[in-house]
Design a protein around this ligand. Structure first.
Ligand code: CUV
Ligand code: SF4
Length: 630
């Protein structure tokens, strides 16, 4: 927990709005974090168990007195690993259920003969999955691909199809550990079962089950989410976008779309361009309708449509505090239940749309995939009609920057090749990138992903880490709230080249890309896996051999734990800036931060100082370079 002064220096637009929130007597996440101090030591160390009603049980670590076992006899290792595994399973469930919704959306789009944007990618995926493509209509193919994707969740035999994308050596490691993901739902259920009271008590075996569920996310649910979203809504290509809360417009009806799934936000993009609704907004005295995005759904529509990126996780309450938001439309994940309280103090309507996420105090307008455009129109009209209720108590912050985003794997490969044909699918190769790394001009690649957390001044660790890495000639790729942080700090602008080391600066200028590449939302970390798999196969090595690393400097969600776990199990070195709730078990901590490297080639590192984290990543990259003899 940091005091407010820590926000004053950065580029987040937070200080001015935080002051307004104070004046307006609005309670924010920082107030509640302060009120929560000191936080529970048992929970912090992961040694509180509530898995059965004989509990809650907690293990006392700080003194020789007090219980060292749960009532059933569960040790700290068992309890901490079960808690960790259940979090991973929940994170994998969230990402994968998102993937399932996209697969359903593709199914209905095919059924209703709605547009399917990337036919080339659809055909490529159908071929990859062994679906007969010749002579088949787009709708027919889309429907087959959707069905095959939906079967990935519960098929009784075999393993996930995207496992085949991994390099051979990686697949062998997974086979030897029996963690090859089988069916997404099954792998998640197995974690819930095996961590039930009186089941698995071996922390290593519990983590093995968690690894399988996490791989089901990265190489399953998330990858399905990304690939099918691209097929349905279009594969992102590079373009300019504006970011930060300054994208709100005083004279327009402002709609903030917040949450995760692109289905809702895509329908809203269509609805806000409806001439009738724009006319209605004008009738109400507005200049027009301004749709902006927040968190990952913001990333989705920014990547595909250039919709402005209003902000990340810690800016959601402050967006409402501006007083100019007519509606905040949310679906699932990372939506603070505090929002209706904040909205109540202004005229803002908080509109929930998913049956999976209702919030007391919000207006619920359920989004129906079969009727998406009509639903979206109703929501937009609700916002338009709310414009007249706006008061004078408004503050739109000045902070607004422009950046270049849209780096799907296809776009990156095209940028490398200097090919401008935006319709080509996977044309070109990663050779120029590999050559740049081999020659040492580029030292390596690092991913910066994840959320905001009150334990870190908002965005600061993302930005400091990114700056230190690019200064040392490491190309950064980013998703999620990390991407919002980086664009706000100007790291996706042309000027960012000035912050780069000589080698990276040369590459960026040559290829006309920023040093920090926005690859999308959190499910789009599957794009990073895909890129690493392509590079590994090209170089004929395993992912663990590459001079790459990942960091989640401000992570908070269970999804981030699932991501971290599948990254480690994919052979990646992962630095966490916030300590996970595992430290009550020395064995588990050692397993995750050390032993796993001997098995999977990747491991967790815990480092809260972003500059130190950058140097640990740089050291790791140099070790890998040496091993590759480059
Ligand atoms: Ni997944 S990155 S808070 S919204 S998971 Fe949500 Fe995206 Fe973290 Fe940000
Ligand atoms: Fe306690 Fe064991 Fe029940 Fe957990 S499962 S609450 S440790 S008795």
């Amino acid at each position: 927990m940091q005091d407010e002064l820590s926000y004053v220096k950065d580029e987040t637009a937070i200080p001015s709005l935080l002051k307004k929130a104070k004046d307006d007597k609005i309670e924010t996440v920082w107030d509640r974090a302060l009120a929560m101090q000191p936080q529970c030591g048992f929970g912090e160390m992961g040694v509180c168990c509530t898995n059965c009603s004989m509990g809650p049980c907690r293990i006392v670590k700080i003194s020789p007195d007090g219980p060292k076992k749960g009532i059933c006899g569960a040790t700290e290792d068992t309890i901490a690993s079960r808690n960790f595994a259940r979090s991973v399973a929940a994170g994998s469930a969230a990402h994968s259920d998102h993937g399932r919704d996209i697969a359903e959306a593709l199914h209905y789009a095919a059924e209703q003969k709605r547009p399917i944007k990337d036919e080339k990618k659809l055909r490529a995926l159908a071929e990859e999955w062994g679906i007969q493509t010749e002579g088949r209509s787009v709708e027919d193919l889309a429907s087959k691909v959707a069905e095959k994707a939906l079967n990935e969740f519960g098929k009784p035999f075999g393993h996930l199809q995207f496992v085949e994308r991994a390099p051979q050596k990686r697949k062998e490691i997974w086979e030897s550990m029996d963690v090859t993901p089988r069916a997404i739902d099954r792998d998640i259920v197995e974690v819930l079962h095996s961590t039930h009271m009186g089941c698995d008590a071996d922390y290593r075996n519990i983590i093995t089950a968690a690894v399988r569920a996490a791989l089901s996310d990265g190489w399953g649910g998330s990858m399905i989410g990304t690939e099918l979203s691209d097929i349905l809504f279009g594969t992102p290509v590079p373009h300019e976008v504006e970011a930060n809360l300054g994208v709100l417009k005083k004279d327009c009806v402002n709609i903030v779309v917040h949450g995760h799934e692109p289905t809702l936000s895509e329908a809203l993009v269509l609805a806000v361009n409806d001439p009738d609704l724009i006319e209605a907004a004008k009738q109400e005295g507005a200049q027009g309708i301004n749709l902006v995005g927040m968190c990952c759904t913001g990333n989705e529509v920014a990547m595909r449509h250039g919709i402005p990126m209003a902000g990340n996780f810690f800016q959601q309450e402050l967006a409402v505090v501006t007083g100019v938001v007519e509606a905040m439309v949310v679906d699932v994940q990372c939506i603070m239940p505090s929002l209706p309280q904040v909205a109540k103090c202004y005229h803002t309507k908080l509109i929930t749309t998913s049956r999976k996420a209702k919030i007391p105090g919000a207006v619920h307008m359920e989004f129906d995939e079969k009727n998406s455009v009509e639903c979206a129109r109703k929501i937009v009209l609700e916002a338009v009609m709310n414009f007249k209720n706006r008061t004078d108590n408004v503050l739109v912050p000045e902070e607004k920057v422009t950046g270049r985003i849209g780096y799907s794997v296809e776009s990156i490969i095209r940028a490398l090749d200097g090919i401008t044909n935006t319709f080509a699918h996977q044309s070109g190769t990663v050779k120029p990138l590999v050559d740049a790394v081999k020659s040492g001009v580029l030292r390596g690649v690092a991913a910066i992903v994840g959320c905001n957390n009150h334990r870190v001044p908002a965005d600061q660790s993302h930005v400091l880490l990114a700056k230190e890495l690019i200064k040392n000639d490491v190309l950064v790729v980013t998703t999620g709230c990390g991407a919002h942080a980086c664009i706000k700090a100007g790291l996706m602008s042309e000027d960012a080249v000035k912050l780069c080391g000589k080698g990276l600066a040369t590459c960026c200028e040559l290829l006309k890309v920023p040093p920090v590449l926005h690859m999308g939302s959190c499910v789009d970390i599957s794009r990073i896996l895909q890129l690493l798999a392509i590079i590994s196969k090209y170089m004929n090595v395993d992912i663990k051999d590459l001079p790459v690393a990942a960091a989640a400097p401000e992570w908070m969600s269970e999804k981030a734990l699932s991501i971290g776990t599948y990254a480690v199990a994919s052979g990646i070195y992962v630095v966490l800036g916030v300590t996970p709730q595992i430290t009550g078990s020395e064995n588990l901590t050692k397993y995750l931060t050390s032993d796993m490297e001997n098995i999977y080639g990747g491991r967790f590192e815990i480092e809260s100082d972003p500059i130190k984290a950058a140097h640990k990543i740089l050291d790791h990259i140099e070790v890998k370079r040496k091993q590759l003899d480059i």
